[in-house]
Design a binder for this molecule. Structure first.
Ligand SMILES: Cc1ncc(COP(=O)(O)O)c(C=O)c1O
Length: 362
C-alpha cells in the first residue's frame, strides 16, 4: 500500500522551539556556553532533585554512563551479582560487566516489557548486590513490590527511567523509586540535549561515591553548560507534552482494539504512563518483521525491539528461570517511536489505518 505519511511527523526534537532558542541565546550572551562550570548545570541538578522529590541529582554525559555510575556508587565488591531483565537496553548488561560485577538474568513480564518482580527472589544469591529495573516501551515496573523484596534481602534497586521521564509509578516519579534512579537526555529522548543523563538519589554516601568515580582530575563524564541550558525549558514542557502523547496513544489503541489478537498493546500502567516508545507484541515474528520492514520503507515510525540477553553464554551470565517473555519480546515486538504522538489526530488516524491495512494484507 502506498502512503502519504509525512516524514516531518518523525522529526525530533521539534525545530524552532522559541524556548530553546531563548535558552541558547542566554547561554551565548552570558558566556556560560564556553565554561567548565556555570549556572545551568547547578540549576538543572536542583530542578531535577526537586521535581523527583529526592535529595540529590547529578547530571552526566549519557544514560548509558549514568547506569554505570549508579552501579559504581554502590561500592560493590568485584564479582557481586546484579539482577537484570533478559530483555533490556544493551548498555545495561555491559555496565554491569564494566563495573566488575556479574549479570544475572530473569525474565520480563510479557504484559509490560519490564522485569518480572516474581522472578527476583529465585535469582537472589549471597553475592547479589543490586537489581536494575528499567521501565520500557510504555510499561512500568511494580516498584513498590520490587523495593520490598530488595529490602528483605538487603540489595539495592537501580531504577532506569531513561524511557519513562515524567511517568508516575505508584505515586512517585519514575527514577525516584530506588536507591539510585537514572535518566537520559539522549537525542531521541523525551527531554533531549543530543546527549546527556543523570542519576537521582536520596543517599549522601552514594552521591559522594558517584562523584569520586567521575572525578579524574576533572569530571570525566560531564554534561555541558550548553546542554543543561537547553534541558531546563524542556522540563517545564514535559507534562503537557506527555499528556498529549497519552491522548494520542489512547486514540491509536482505541482504533486498533479489535486487532488485539494480532497486535497486543503494552498494558496501560496507572494514570501517568509515559510513551517514549509504545510497544505491541505481534502474534508471530514474521508479522512483526513484515510490519517493521514496510514501515521503514514508508517512513512510518515503527521499529523492532531490543535483542535481549538470553542467548548470552553462561561464562557471561547466570540465567534463572525460563525466558519465554524475553524471547517473545525480542522476536515479536513492534515499537512506535514518540515524535508522531505530538502531531494532530489525523496523523494518528493515518497511522492506525496503515497498520490495519498491513495487518489485513500480511
Ligand atoms: C532503558 C534505557 N536505559 C539506558 C539508556 C541509555 O541512554 P543514553 O542513550 O542516554 O545513553 C537507554 C537509551 O535508549 C534506554 O532505553
Amino acid at each position: 500500500m502506498t502512503s502519504s505519511f509525512d516524514p516531518a511527523w518523525n522529526q525530533w526534537p521539534i525545530a524552532n522551539d522559541p524556548a530553546i532558542r531563548q535558552a541558547l541565546q542566554n547561554a551565548y550572551e552570558d558566556g556560560s556556553w564556553g565554561r567548565y562550570h556555570g549556572p545551568h548545570v547547578e540549576r538543572l541538578e536542583a530542578v531535577l532533585a526537586e521535581m523527583h522529590n529526592v535529595k540529590h541529582a547529578m547530571v552526566c554525559a549519557s544514560g548509558t554512563i549514568a547506569v554505570q555510575i549508579a552501579l559504581r556508587s554502590l561500592n560493590a565488591r568485584d564479582g557481586g551479582e546484579v539482577i537484570v531483565a533478559a530483555y533490556d537496553f544493551p548498555g545495561n548488561f555491559r555496565a554491569i560487566q564494566d563495573a566488575g560485577l556479574f549479570p544475572v538474568l530473569v525474565d520480563i513480564d510479557p504484559l509490560t516489557w519490564c522485569l518480572d518482580a516474581n522472578a527476583i527472589e529465585e535469582a537472589i544469591s549471597e553475592k547479589t548486590v543490586a537489581v536494575i529495573v528499567s521501565h520500557l516501551h510504555g510499561g512500568l515496573a511494580p516498584m513498590g513490590t520490587i523495593r520490598e523484596i530488595a529490602a528483605v534481602h538487603g540489595i539495592a534497586v537501580i531504577e532506569d527511567a531513561c524511557q519513562a521521564t515524567g511517568a508516575i509509578v505508584e505515586g512517585r516519579l519514575a527514577g525516584a523509586n530506588g536507591e539510585v534512579g537514572v535518566l537520559s537526555f539522549g537525542g531521541s529522548k523525551l527531554i533531549t540535549a543530543g546527549r546527556g543523563g543523570a542519576i537521582l538519589t536520596d543517599r549522601d554516601d552514594l552521591l559522594q561515591r558517584a562523584k569520586v568515580f567521575c572525578e579524574r582530575g576533572n569530571n570525566a563524564f560531564p554534561l555541558s553548560e550548553l546542554q543543561a541550558a537547553v534541558i531546563l525549558p524542556q522540563i517545564g514542557q514535559l507534562e503537557q507534552r506527555n499528556q498529549v502523547r497519552r491522548d494520542r496513544v489512547q486514540r491509536l489503541r482505541d482504533r486498533l482494539c479489535d486487532l488485539d489478537s494480532l497486535l497486543r498493546p503494552v498494558t496501560w500502567c496507572g494514570k501517568r504512563p509515559v510513551f517514549y516508545k509504545h510497544a505491541w507484541l505481534c502474534d508471530t515474528a514474521q508479522r512483526a518483521q513484515h510490519l517493521t520492514q514496510l514501515a521503514l520503507l514508508n517512513h512510518f515510525p515503527l521499529g523492532e525491539g531490543f535483542r535481549g540477553f538470553f542467548k548470552r553464554p553462561s561464562s557471561q551470565t547466570r540465567k534463572v528461570g525460563s525466558f519465554a517473555g524475553s524471547q517473545a519480546a525480542a522476536e515479536r515486538t513492534v515499537l512506535l517511536h514518540h515524535p508522531v504522538l505530538l502531531q494532530d489526530e489525523m496523523a494518528i488516524d493515518q497511522l492506525a489505518d496503515w497498520i490495519r491495512n498491513e495487518l489485513r494484507d500480511g
